[in-house]
Design a protein around this ligand. Structure first.
Ligand SMILES: [Zn+2]
Length: 343
């Protein structure tokens, strides 16, 4: 009796597998996320912080009240006034595990940036999913010489230099201090992702006084592209909100790409769609790449996917943004592309 039951159950199981197997095993179309961070969950202060998906309104702040902007911002993040939000991971281990879980389930290949030792951990945990990127900030990394970066690159520690967050240290994309690094990237032929665009509100008050939103000007990248015509660079955050200047730069410099990290969740959805659709309408559909800017909130990734999926652009244009453009920019070979598509 017992063995009969076993047989019956096995038969049902086999039937189930044969009926649902091909569908259940189907790999979702691949996505390349050009903007994932590998960092500590303590990066933005105390635990329990939430991130609106999306932010819907930017409230007025009275600087005459007792609360400082950093206190106000933290309070807003602990108790956000928005309909949907996602919670930060509880530990560094959970952050990596939860991010990689989303990447695995949604078939995402991520350009994961951070300190070399942290990125190495992520790469070891998911070698097929992680493209190692090296975070760089002219303020924090002033002791990291171009020679050191060249050595790290030669040792295979990173494939992409990014996120370059010089804007947070008060440096423009064309700052003379960064010129040797641009020259190195051009010489060694590694791509660079540089933050040019929006920052958290009041960043100058939050992060030591140096950040300036006036440095988020896509035109400040122009001298760099003229001096280094072989440079492979993408503007992280797509120069938002300067759509005019981003389009002007993309029209003028066809080697330039942009990615849409954080935009889908930091602005009202209608504005995100309008911005993305404007770039596509301007003919830039082959130069826009998907990016989430996942920091310590893994839920940002799927919120961003959903935002792109619901944009009023063609299905083929969405596939370009989700995968094809980044695969071209990163020069993935046919074999790699086939593997990502489970072919
Ligand atoms: Zn950024």
């Amino acid at each position: 009796m017992k063995s009969q039951m076993f047989t019956a159950a096995t038969a049902v199981g086999l039937l189930f597998i044969s009926m649902t197997g091909p569908i259940a095993a189907k790999t979702p179309p691949p996505i390349i996320d050009m903007h994932v961070h590998a960092q500590s969950v303590a990066s933005y202060g105390p635990p329990g912080q939430k991130f609106c998906t999306p932010h819907t309104e930017f409230k007025p702040f009275d600087p005459g009240v007792a609360r400082s902007w950093p206190e106000e911002w933290l309070a807003q993040n602990l108790q956000p006034d928005c309909e949907q939000w996602v919670l930060a991971s509880a530990s560094d281990e959970a952050l990596m595990a939860e991010t990689l879980e989303v990447m695995e389930r949604r078939n995402i290949i991520g350009v994961v940036g951070g300190a070399p030792d942290t990125v190495a951990k992520w790469k070891a945990a998911a070698p097929q999913r992680v493209v190692a990127a090296r975070a760089f900030n002219l303020g924090r990394d002033r002791d990291v010489s171009p020679q050191q970066l060249a050595d790290e690159f030669a040792q295979g520690a990173f494939e992409v230099l990014g996120e370059v967050t010089n804007q947070y240290a008060g440096y423009a994309p064309n700052a003379p201090e960064f010129e040797p690094y641009w020259a190195l990237a051009e010489e060694k032929d590694f791509p660079v992702g540089i933050h040019i665009g929006t920052m958290p509100p009041g960043s100058a008050y939050l992060f030591g006084g140096a950040p300036r939103i006036s440095l988020a000007d896509p035109f400040l990248l122009e001298d760099v592209l003229v001096r280094h015509p072989r440079l492979r660079v993408y503007m992280m955050h797509a120069g938002y909100p300067h759509a005019d200047k981003t389009i002007a730069m993309l029209r003028q410099y066809h080697q330039l790409y942009v990615e849409i990290g954080v935009l889908a969740v930091t602005m009202p959805r209608a504005e995100f769609h309008a911005f993305l659709e404007r770039l596509v309408r301007a003919g830039m559909g082959k130069r826009i790449m998907f990016g989430s800017d996942q920091m310590i909130w893994p839920g940002i990734i799927e919120a961003t996917i959903e935002a792109v999926e619901t944009a009023d652009i063609a299905k083929t244009q969405k596939r370009d943004i989700f995968y094809n453009n980044a695969a071209r920019f990163l020069r993935f070979d046919e074999e790699t592309i086939a593997r990502h598509h489970d072919r």
